[in-house]
Design a binder for this molecule. Sequence first.
Ligand SMILES: [Zn+2]
Length: 267
Amino acid sequence: MARPPRVYKTAAIVLRQRTLGDTDKIITLYSADYGKVDAVAKGVRRMKSRLAGNVEPLSHGSYMFAKGRNLDIITQAQSIETFQPLRDDLGRLSYALYAAELLDRATEERAENFTVYRLLVDTLRRLATRDDIDVVLRYFEMSLLTQLGYRPELRRCVFRGEELKKDKTALWAPALGGVVCMECKPVDVVLTALSSEALAALQLLQDGSFSEAAKPLDSGELAVELERYLRDAIHYALDQDVRSAAFMDEVRKGPGPVPQTPGAGIR
Ligand SMILES: [Zn+2]
């Protein structure tokens, strides 16, 4: 665990914020050098705060911190990018907020992991600029599970350990951490049949680069099918659900009563 000096500076992305007293907020950031950090932004609820614009969720900036007695304090912030397209489009925004909440729930404070920081930056950039946002999110989910030690086993049957045969269907067993073959088929766990295309696509999400993984998911249909499997895997890995997922689902369902934006830092 990295122990920062009394004053330190790092690039970071704001995951969420919550109010503190009448004028302050507690900001949760995922930083390049120190992992997840909770810090106080003083005075940001006042009209003229210079910090306020840089501590909104999904802000990407360079932040200066001072060690505090309990929580560290954000003393300066400089914007790196605003991801404006995310803020202009409710669909993109709902996906990005989901990604931020998932990362927040899946990580411990002050556990440095530069790859995870990089993954979040790349994901927000892709969500802001690409049209295949379902594919972007699937890649993020699988990469995050892998990075945090919850990599699903997709090559061997998790029941007996034998290698899966190529081009065969298999069964998705998220509670066991991967797939089982049709021969084993344990009786007391929830199993979902996986087509050979779905299994191959999951394997590529796990082992391929983003562009390699995105290719077979071009049509978008498979990306939506994979959402179910990855949500199961996340549910078992974290032992909790990601609340913004419901907001994302609502937005995607399309016109209807306007869904409520989840409060900026309420969880
Ligand atoms: Zn088996």
